[in-house]
Ligand binder design. Structure first.
Ligand code: THU
Length: 137
């Protein structure tokens, strides 16, 4: 069983723990880091709606808390009609820790999937290189 399958299992399992009483839309995310470790996250909603956090953000926070910093693979799953795409904020969060060619597999709980890259999700993204001149004084 290859890498993508273990991310699918991990994301499917963590999705069950999602706290989504307001949207009723549970999301699970799993990512693999450069060390080979797998980190997972689920969405955590709040009665103050903007305070809710996405599954991807949770998985990234777990990776950083564990001391890893580079993402090599991501998978997201939800019970949606078509493979669930990360929100704009999560695209930026993923791009912070992943190269453009990293695969992000978008899945549905009934078996549909769509593999895209980080660059597909966030074309023309803002990066540290755009701030190069701030070092000129
Ligand atoms: N959500 C995620 O956790 N990840 C995504 O990729 C899409 C959206 C969550 C946020 C909110 O809790 C619920 O799904 C509905 O937007």
């Amino acid at each position: 069983m290859g890498g993508p399958m273990s991310l699918l299992i991990a994301a499917t399992e963590v999705r069950e723990n999602a706290y989504a009483p307001y949207s009723r839309f549970k999301v699970g995310a799993a990512l693999r880091s450069a060390s080979g470790a797998v980190y997972t996250g689920c969405n955590v909603e709040n009665v103050a709606y903007p305070e809710g956090t996405c599954a991807e953000a949770g998985a990234i926070a777990a990776m950083i808390a564990a001391g890893d910093t580079r993402i090599t693979e991501v998978l997201v799953i939800a019970d949606s009609p078509s493979p669930v795409p990360p929100c704009g904020g999560c695209r930026q969060k993923i791009a912070e820790f992943a190269d453009g060619d990293v695969t992000v597999t978008l899945c549905t709980t009934d078996g549909k999937s769509n593999a895209v890259t980080v660059a597909d999700l966030l074309p023309g993204s803002f990066s540290a290189g755009h701030m190069a001149r701030t070092n000129d004084g």
